[in-house]
Write a protein that binds this ligand. Structure first.
Ligand SMILES: [Zn+2]
Length: 299
């Protein structure tokens, strides 16, 4: 695993341009890209370095000197071996295929056993409904995530996963809601987990908290660019984990409204075994990021 930092800045106002920064920082084309983005009126520079690279502080110093602000993204890079040998991996839709489906399109949820203040955890009671106008966007994809990062896969991949005997897994149908209100069943499935894991270890880092519910404190978890996501579990809490699991922690803030379609819900992260990841990746799916979790002994 290599902790990495990606730095983005706009070089359009720097005399001499991007090279004024990159050259003295020793950042060549192997670590930096420079792209003119006329719609933003920016010349966007991305620099990717190992977190402990000596060039990082030099780069920041040069940017400060020129009065420039920047964006930092902190991520861990894992080797194939590390992914393959993880106990579980976070399966996170990376936005390559975004599906306009959810509660706002008519997907229903039962809140009778949920927190009265925020509706966490809501129990889905219908198929996934999505906007019919968005169906063409699925073309060329075999997997994706909804606007609230609920994973969906095409029917063939769902069948493969089912045939693998992966435990804890089930699927829901996906329907497109057309302009005239018709519901058309798609050859896609929503990937769901049957059970929830116990809470993560407090040693977990890189999950931010935003507008968490004061009553249940179970939602508002979020991946953040400020620190790499390092999810930790106690070994005993994973003893009977399935191949596909929900986390106790939910992402998104939640806001209950009298009208179900206006309600914002929080959702559990999905953690899977490498077995499930391998089937999905073997299908050519690049629409998920995979982050191995860490396991600590209970002592
Ligand atoms: Zn709550």
């Amino acid at each position: 695993m290599r902790p990495e930092i990606r730095v983005r800045f706009d070089s359009s106002d720097i005399p001499g341009g991007a090279q004024t920064i990159l050259e003295p920082a020793g950042c060549g084309p192997d670590v930096a890209t420079v792209e003119d983005v006329p719609v933003l009126r920016q010349v966007v520079v991305w620099v990717t370095l190992a977190e402990d690279d000596e060039r990082v502080p030099v780069l920041f110093e040069l940017l400060r000197k020129h009065g420039e602000t920047w964006l930092e993204i902190h991520e861990d890079r894992y080797t194939e071996d590390e992914l393959d040998n993880a106990r579980l991996l976070l399966m996170w839709p990376n936005g390559e295929c975004e599906i306009d489906g959810g509660i706002w399109r008519g997907t229903t949820y039962d809140l009778s056993e949920a927190c009265p203040a925020c509706g966490t955890p809501a129990r889905q009671t219908s198929a996934m409904f999505m906007d019919g106008e968005d169906v063409p966007k699925l073309e060329g994809h075999r997997a994706g995530g909804t606007f609230v990062d609920v994973p969906c896969v095409d029917e063939r991949l769902a069948e493969e996963l089912e045939a693998s005997g992966a435990t804890g897994l089930y699927f829901r149908s996906v329907y497109a809601v057309m302009e005239d209100g018709r519901q058309v069943k798609l050859r896609w499935k929503q990937l769901c987990a049957k059970r929830s894991l116990p809470p993560m270890s407090p040693l977990t880092t890189g999950l931010g908290r935003y507008h968490e519910c004061k009553v249940c404190n179970r939602n508002g978890y979020a991946l953040t660019s400020e620190a790499p996501t390092r999810i930790v579990y106690r070994a005993s809490d994973l003893a009977d984990a399935d191949d596909v699991n929900m986390t106790w922690e939910h992402y998104n803030e939640a806001a209950l409204e009298p009208n179900m379609r206006d309600t914002h819900l929080s959702y559990p992260f999905i953690l899977v075994t490498p077995k499930v990841m391998r089937i999905i990746r073997a299908a050519g799916v690049t629409e998920f990021d995979w982050i191995p979790i860490r396991v600590i002994d209970d002592a």
